[in-house]
Write a protein that binds this ligand. Structure first.
Ligand SMILES: [Zn+2]
Length: 424
């Protein structure tokens, strides 16, 4: 019987992939439509304002998995075929704006942020819907664009040369990671090459990136800045004219190294395949950041390898910070009584959706800390910037503390599921 069953399963899955690929060609051209918009708001309200369309390049992402089933992001875009009303594309993501809304400043002052989404180029007229949700709440439909396919859209030109650091397969079936050097002047070109290679090596030598290396591609842009260094590196006010405008003290936290010029960042990446972006900043000052399906940053500090893989954990796999002791500027990031969207922390409000089925039978929930068994999968209190009420799967995962190549089984599974989804 085994001989019969296996070919049938293979045939069924091949048919399934084939029909999804047909869905792509039925509704989309193999191009990326980029939609730039402003997202304006504070803790209570947010609005979207359309800015422009552009053709970013080919469609580099999966042509099979077009509907995001993870829903980790607090922002969501959905595309509907206008004539039939069919949902044909969904993508969720987080943004700096979403974090700003939870800061002290976000309580009183409305602020505008550049944002953009990429969708496959529709063949017929479509309705594009934008949604926002607060942590733990349902998505709210905020904004709609009707996209007529008749209109002419300019195609962006490549702006930088790229170099291949690790190419395993074609972009449609790979998880494509793009490294963007930031704050390197032309005099720093040797260091730039060295740092992007170190970045690729840090990623590929860490599990579970390592065991997925055959479906990961890594490229780097040769992006040079006018000057060396990073804004607000030496003090909280001095800025530098770098290619992306990345800066320390983002949202008031010194080590939080982020940028607001999202449109500029994606302009630089025109015609280059990427599922995720890692920005390597030319400074020895400790810092970094990572936002789901948005971008990640790292500086050339003593923990470089660790920060690369930790921040990409946020931006690739939608992982939460498992730590709860360091200072952060966000407040009540996970409101009491709600279940966080991220896969690796839980409030126990809906633990069934999390790693309950991975626990050994009889594991107490919550689990008492036993430093003699640091790799015992459990439900340990303290995670997501809260000492109480939020729980993590391991005592010392790479999402909790400075430990390279030490992701817990829950984080590992989240990476693997994301690589499965994006490389079909
Ligand atoms: Zn973990």
């Amino acid at each position: 019987m085994k001989r019969l069953i296996i070919p049938v399963i293979i045939l069924l899955s091949a048919l399934c992939c084939n029909s999804q690929a047909q869905t792509f060609s039925q509704y989309f051209k193999p191009l990326t439509l980029r939609i730039d918009y402003l997202h304006i708001g504070d803790i209570n309200n947010d609005t979207y304002v359309f800015s422009s369309y552009a053709v970013q390049g080919a469609w580099y992402k999966s042509k099979v998995n077009l509907i995001d089933t993870f829903e980790y992001g607090n922002q969501k875009v959905e595309v509907f075929d206008l004539s039939s009303g069919t949902l044909i594309y969904r993508y969720t993501y987080n943004t700096l704006m979403g974090e700003y809304r939870t800061t002290e400043a976000g309580k009183t002052t409305s602020k505008s942020f550049e944002e953009c989404v990429m969708i496959p180029m529709p063949k017929q007229d479509v309705e594009i819907r934008f949604y926002t949700r607060k942590q733990g709440a349902e998505y709210e439909h905020k904004y709609t664009i009707f996209f007529p396919v008749k209109q002419k859209i300019a195609s962006l030109k490549p702006q930088c040369k790229t170099i291949d650091l690790h190419i395993s397969t074609d972009y449609s079936h790979a998880y494509d990671l793009l490294i963007i050097p930031e704050g390197y002047s032309i005099q720093d070109s040797a260091k730039l090459l060295n740092d992007v290679r170190r970045g690729a090596q840090a990623i590929l030598e860490c599990e579970p990136y390592k065991s997925n290396a055959a479906r990961i591609n890594i490229r780097a842009l040769l992006s040079y800045s006018q000057v060396s260094g990073i804004s607000r590196e030496n003090d909280s006010t001095t800025t530098r004219n770098t290619i992306l405008g990345t800066s320390f003290y983002t949202l008031g936290t010194e080590r939080y190294l982020m940028l607001e010029n999202i449109w500029r960042m994606h302009d630089l990446c025109a015609k280059v395949p990427y599922d995720a972006i890692l920005i390597i900043c030319n400074t020895h000052k400790y810092g970094g950041g990572g936002i789901y399906n948005w971008y990640a940053t790292v500086s050339d500090n003593v923990y470089f390898d660790y920060v690369c893989i930790h921040e990409l954990g946020h931006s690739i796999a939608g992982l939460a910070d498992e730590y709860y002791t360091s200072e952060v500027s966000v407040q009540d990031f996970y409101p009491a009584g709600t279940e966080p969207a991220e896969p690796n922390i839980t409030s126990l409000v809906n633990f069934d959706k999390k790693w309950k089925n991975m626990l050994n039978p009889g594991t107490p929930v919550p689990t008492e800390v036993d430093e003699n068994q640091p790799e015992l999968l459990g439900v340990y209190e303290g995670a997501g910037y809260c000492a109480r009420g939020l729980y993590r799967p391991w005592l010392h995962c790479s999402m909790k503390e400075i430990k390279y190549n030490h992701f817990c089984p829950v984080c590992t599974q989240a990476f693997n599921k994301m690589f499965d989804f994006c490389t079909k």
